[in-house]
Ligand binder design. Structure first.
Ligand SMILES: [Zn+2]
Length: 74
């Protein structure tokens, strides 16, 4: 992340919506609205709450392919 354009000011520490980053609403804390809360929850339920990132790590996850001379038959 190269977003370092935050001015040094005495800013009130307010919770931000983890889904979209907007100021959270006390009604739907820590989210800004119900939709965002649902989205976040949905991610959790989907599979292990994956964090989306822009840059791709050098780790390439190779899928288990049955690609080889010795084909295993189950
Ligand atoms: Zn939001």
């Amino acid at each position: 992340m190269t977003d370092r354009n935050v001015p040094l000011r005495a800013v009130r520490i307010e919770p931000k919506c983890p889904t979209c980053g907007k100021p959270a609403d006390p009604k739907y804390k820590p989210f800004c609205r119900k939709r965002c809360a649902d989205i976040d929850l949905g991610r959790w339920l989907k599979e292990g709450y994956r964090i989306e990132t822009d840059e791709v790590p050098g780790e390439d996850d190779a899928e288990n392919r049955g690609d080889g001379p010795s084909g295993q038959r189950g």
